[in-house]
Design a protein. Sequence first.
Length: 431
Amino acid sequence: MTIFSVQSTIFSRASVVLLSSNGLKRFSFASSFSSNAVYSSPLPKTKKRRCYPIVSAVDIAGVTIARNDVVRDDDPTNNVPDSIFSKLGMQLHRRDKHPIGIIKNAIYDYFDSNYAKEFEKFEDLSPIVSTKQNFDDVLVPADHVSRSLNDTYYVDPQTVLRCHTSAHQAELLRKGHRRFLVTGDVYRRDSIDATHYPVFHQMEGFCVFSPEDWNESDIDSTLHAAEDLKKCLEGLARHLFGAVEMRWVDTYFPFTNPSFELEIYFKEDWLEVLGCGVTEQGILKQSGLDNNVAWAFGLGLERLAMVLFDIPDIRLFWSSDERFTSQFGKGELGVKFKPFSKYPPCYKDISFWISDSFTENNFCEVVRGIAGDLVEEVKLIDNFTNKKGMTSHCYRIVFRSMERSLTDEEVNNLQSKVRDEVQRKLNVELR
Ligand code: FA5
Ligand code: MG
């Protein structure tokens, strides 16, 4: 969980085989299955401390959604906190002067000019989707880790906040769309550091080929799609960044085979910016496309924008501080972010004996619920099991505001609340 380290994300488990960009034939896969039981470790619902302004309703895709529709304090299968509800409907990707909107428009330009506007664009699909859309339609197995309450925000057992834009692939195919881009906000319970945030933006790309597209070449359909996909994404990376160091990593997704991730060298480490692959036939079959082949990708827009604009911390995208927002303009791709000031971090450690139901995502959610964007990183710094079989974890919490210096009193107060709440909600014993 260190800053800028390469991590596997919930859908992918990278086999970390370094590929050259033309190494298409060296496919290898690692399993993404997990023994974690679905619904294994929900964050217990107790009376919430309100650390966020309570928003009573938000507008999503022209529909008003009340807080009670999404945040249900009394329902144990609901794990959406107010901090997340307040982000629904913000749609940073639809703001032309925001780095996320600027990068989205630059990607649109690339597709419009290279594919003669063949790719249809969707950017206003509701992020509240069914588990069928989010998981079943894209062949996510019943025991896949991403389905757990630990990883995904559930509104109720059949409804989630989408955790990827792949949730819309199947419905758009069923409606007859064959080449499209879907952009939207996605939601995940995740670790806390400079490149992970529980709400971020993805752009899905999907492209169906018919037999006549590959019949003339002497390679098979899968290889045709995989080569086309890599060519398309390498071209996109050059369009956005010019010369940049990148590498392909083989990985596993339930919905593609073969599957790849693209990493870009940024701040002295490899940063995963997208997942992609050749679509599983089962998905195409659902829409009667048995004789076709397709590729798909899911880009992390924050990650791309961090590289493009040199933005060091993912929390900044949510800042309304003028010193941040005023640095970006519509269509301006060449801007490098100038940090307005680097305020000092404050480190606090917390140790406790964990119980069987403890999960790091639940812990991170408690810390975010109290400190919001004042928490920069949560890192496990010590982990041991004693002779009695009790396991102790020590976490270092880095508090830092991007906008001002924090006072000792304020940080002590936050840490004390974290200690109380962790004990109350997570069934751990403080040390
Ligand atoms: C997916 O979400 C797949 N749906 C992508 C895909 C689509 C694969 C179509 C194949 C075909 P993954 O979980 O790896 O994959 O996330 C995709 C990208 O989202 C990552 O590469 C990263 O850039 C970004 N991302 C993931 N988690 C976070 C996070 N917590 N904060 C910010 N960005 C994130
Ligand atoms: Mg990934």
